[in-house]
Every structure is written in C-alpha cells, then in structure tokens.
Design a protein around this ligand. Structure first.
Ligand SMILES: [Zn+2]
Length: 267
C-alpha cells in the first residue's frame, strides 16, 4: 500500500456508508482525486476537521489500486467565513463545481490548484464573492486554452482596429471591417470597461488577479458574458447561482455605461 502526503482542498464532501465520508480533493500534482475518510462522521474522529467543505489541509493518504484513504490530516486553513454566509457559500459551490469538472477531465495542473487557492481565499473575504467566482471561471478557461479571443479581432488579428462587439460563434472580438464577412445575427455589445476587466482576468499575475475596480454595470456585463461563455464551452448549465441573480437579456447589455468605471489597474 503506497503512502502519499499532499496538500489538498476539499471540493466536495459527502457521507458514505457507515459514518465514512467521501472527499473530492484538489491536489497540486494529481489533480482531482477521491478519497475516503473512514469513520470521520463520528464526533470523536480526529479526521472531522479535514473533511470540511472548502478547507485546505495536509493529508496523509494511502492508496491501493488508485483508491485513496485518508490516514491522517491537519487543517491548514478552514475558510470558516464561507459556511456562515449564503453568498460566499453559493459562490464557492459554483466555482468548485466548475473547477472540479475541469480538473476531472484535464491533466493535473499546478496552475489550476494555485488559481483555486487564490479564488477560494478571495471568496472568503471579498465584498462581492459571487462576482469573484464568475471571474475565476474565465481565468480557468484561459488556463485550459478555452478562453475567448479578446486581444484583437479574431479574424484579422489586428489589435488596433476598433472592435464592433463580441461574437460567441467566432469566439471573440470582431472588428467593424470584418463584421460583414460573418452573417452574425447576434453580435454581443461589449463596453470598453468590461473588455478591460476581462483582459485583466485573462492575463494578470495571480497575486493581482482579483485586484480590480469596476462599476456594477461593468460587473453585470462581464458576468453575463462569462456565464454564457462557460456554459457553451463546458456544454453544461451551472445552476448554483441562478437563485441570486440572472442575466436579463444578453443582447441588450453593454451599451449603456462606459462611464463611471476605472479600467482594472494594470501593473
Ligand atoms: Zn478584423
């Protein structure tokens, strides 16, 4: 039986059989793994703390035929503020579902582990945790090469041409000159403020990723674009935030407010 010591975040935790728990753990080197924490439902179990949802712990795991069992563990950070706040809990659940979907299907990537670390911390302290969760999904798409083209027109690749809007079908910005080439029925307007914010999310170094200022209307616009992009790329509806707010109409957004927003502060 092999033994493994690793840091890991608890992405999901549920009861299993007789007072055990099954944990989905996001690890730096092995991606998402499932581990059984034996008898951890018991009040006396020393493993109780490390099975808490969204906590970060150092685990000692044993493995047999790629089945992991928690042998020991110590909590590094419990992110206790998340479980006592509905918005933070919804935000963390939404982001965890997306990160888990990606980590389950992709090669293990340290970058995804690091992005989750910055994201779950920010969700635990931010005044707008739901927005942080949404923006994390855009950065995640960038990490796995599925982000939209926001640096230049996706057709002519000329970064200096004025863009006319965002095309979900072409996967990014289209300039006014090339717009006619596509029988695009539904070009989505995209304000300069929302574009600057999304570019920041795609490219900022992780320690500065969530350091931006944006007005409410810019946030709304960016959030709706990201949600729809995510659903199209992942071919899945993520429903954990739907009770909080909904994107009204994708097509009517974006025109109204270029003012009142500071573009994200770039280094
Ligand atoms: Zn073009």
């Amino acid at each position: 039986m092999a033994s493994l010591v690793t840091k890991a975040f608890v992405m999901n935790s549920f009861p299993w059989k007789d007072r055990h728990r099954l944990l989905h753990l996001l690890t730096p080197d092995r991606g998402l793994i499932t581990a059984m924490a034996p008898a951890s439902e018991s009040m006396k179990s020393k493993l109780r703390g490390v099975t808490n949802l969204f906590s970060l712990s150092e685990f000692t795991l044993t493995s047999r035929q790629s089945r992991f069992t928690v042998k020991d563990g110590s909590v590094i950070e419990s992110f206790i503020s998340i479980s006592s706040d509905l918005d933070r809990l919804a935000a963390a659940s939404h982001a965890a579902e997306i990160f888990s979907d990606v980590a389950r299907n992709d090669e293990p990537q340290k970058e995804i582990f690091d992005l989750w670390a910055y994201t779950i911390y920010e969700i635990s302290v931010s005044e707008d945790p739901v927005f942080i969760a949404r923006m994390s999904s855009m950065r995640l798409m960038e990490s796995i090469g599925l982000a939209p083209g926001l640096e230049a027109c996706v057709y002519c690749r000329d970064p200096f041409r004025d863009y006319a809007g965002f095309s979900f079908r072409e996967g990014g910005l289209l300039c006014a000159q090339d717009l006619g080439r596509f029988k695009e029925q539904s070009l989505t307007p995209l304000s300069k403020g929302a574009l600057a914010l999304l570019r920041h999310i795609k490219s900022a170094p992780l320690p500065r990723l969530y350091r931006f200022q944006a007005s409410q209307s810019i946030r709304q616009e960016a959030a709706c674009l990201v949600d729809r992009w995510l659903e199209e790329k992942m071919e899945k509806r993520y429903k954990r935030l739907t009770w909080l707010d909904q994107c009204p109409d994708f097509l009517s957004l974006g025109q109204e407010d270029d003012q009142g927003t500071k573009a994200p502060t770039e280094p």
